[in-house]
Design a binder for this molecule. Structure first.
Ligand code: 5GP
Length: 132
């Protein structure tokens, strides 16, 4: 059965898409721990991040860097942090977390509330800085 992220990639489930290439998609996390929390997902359905073939791992990190820089420019956090967890969705992905405060906790489960209107605005601000 397809993962929820494959359903997003195939357009069966909506998302706030930030960027897409032949091999990757980036979209806002539906349950963010910070405003602009973005997931970078290789389209190929591989569960464990560290099972990605070398070239796909490298391109995933390159796309993640590009999106992190777009988050930095579009949302102006202090920095953007990165988490790879994969306990909920068995489809490799990178979490990019804008860090707005020195003491901000970067742990999944510490969610913030973001309205649909804000999600659209956040997505647009990041997308405007993407040139993949
Ligand atoms: P992990 O697998 O790394 O533990 O976490 C999966 C992440 O995917 C969670 O942060 C969760 O909020 C996010 N997520 C799960 N289902 C969906 C979905 O349908 N759409 C979006 N945009 N994010 C999702």
């Amino acid at each position: 059965m397809s993962t929820i992220f494959t359903k997003i990639i195939e357009g069966e489930i909506p998302c706030h898409k930030v960027a897409e290439t032949d091999e990757h998609i980036a979209f806002l996390d539906i349950n963010p721990i910070a405003e602009g929390h973005t997931l970078v997902v290789p389209k190929k359905e591989i569960d464990y991040f560290f099972d990605l073939p070398d070239d796909l791992m490298q391109s995933t990190m390159a796309v993640s860097r590009h999106i992190a820089k777009a988050i930095d420019k579009g949302l102006n956090p202090l920095r953007t942090g990165i988490i790879v967890q994969g306990l909920e969705v068995p489809h490799a992905h990178v979490h990019l977390i804008p860090l707005y405060k020195e003491n901000q906790v970067m742990a999944l489960g510490h969610n913030v509330s973001v309205s649909e209107e804000q999600m659209v605005e956040l997505k647009e601000k990041i997308t405007a800085e993407v040139s993949l």
